[in-house]
Design a protein around this ligand. Structure first.
Ligand code: SF4
Length: 219
């Protein structure tokens, strides 16, 4: 049987900049290619298919584990586009690592969730300003569980209205939800989003999130 390879954009080590493990030293694998085209994409090179290397799952697992840190994050691009070799790579990683998959929310996470119950998932729910607001696969709400969270990236008031209108579905499944202002919009917008999170807190316990890696100017 022909072994599939992974289209890899890059490996790097940094602090986790988002989600439940924010601030934790983490080794990242950024996979190439994406099925969406968000207005404010901050991984444009990877999303548009810039491939540095085609690596076997074994080589990829060795490179990622080789950083020697507990936390590993697979991001993109959209990692689930390469689900088959990705699953093989995951099965080769040391069992003592805490692994998070960052996905854009448009593809089902159910198969990986079933095969690797210990995985964490950070799942985007794209807002109108992204231009991809219809992309979210709502079946993912059933698969997230305690080892997963949703992220809304917001760029304007229409996005905040969108979050307020659809977040009840996450509440139904008791899912953790992060609201993250587009970093490039600056501090005045951060304050507006923070006020929204506070205002909504009696309805739903959102978490405000500022992308830590951008604050620090690190990858
Ligand atoms: S889903 Fe992520 S990687 Fe893909 S275009 Fe949107 S922001 Fe970029």
């Amino acid at each position: 049987m022909k072994r599939m390879k992974l289209a890899v954009h890059s490996f790097f080590a940094s602090l986790q900049g988002e989600g439940c493990f924010i601030g934790v030293p983490t080794a990242f694998l950024r996979l190439a290619q994406c099925n969406l085209s968000c207005e404010w994409c901050d991984a444009y090179e990877a999303a548009t298919g810039s491939v540095a290397e085609m690596l076997s799952p074994k080589e990829t697992a060795q490179r990622l584990a080789g950083y020697g840190v507990r936390d590993l994050c697979i991001t993109g691009g959209e990692p689930l586009l390469q689900e088959e070799p990705l699953a093989e790579m995951l099965s080769l990683l040391p069992t003592d690592r805490r692994i998070t998959i960052e996905t854009n929310g448009s593809l089902p996470i159910a198969r990986l969730r079933a095969r690797f119950p210990a995985l964490f998932f950070s799942v985007d729910w794209k807002t109108p300003s992204s231009g991809e607001e219809d992309s979210f696969d709502t079946d993912n709400l059933l698969s997230l569980g305690e080892r997963g969270w949703l992220k809304f990236v917001v760029a304007n008031e229409s996005d905040l209205d969108f979050v307020a209108s659809c977040v009840f579905r996450a509440a139904h499944y008791d899912i953790e939800v992060f609201v993250s202002p587009v970093f490039e919009k600056g501090p005045a917008w951060f304050s507006t989003v923070a006020a929204f999170v506070l205002r909504m807190s009696t309805t739903f316990p959102f978490r405000f999130q500022l992308q830590l890696h951008k604050v620090l100017g690190i990858p």
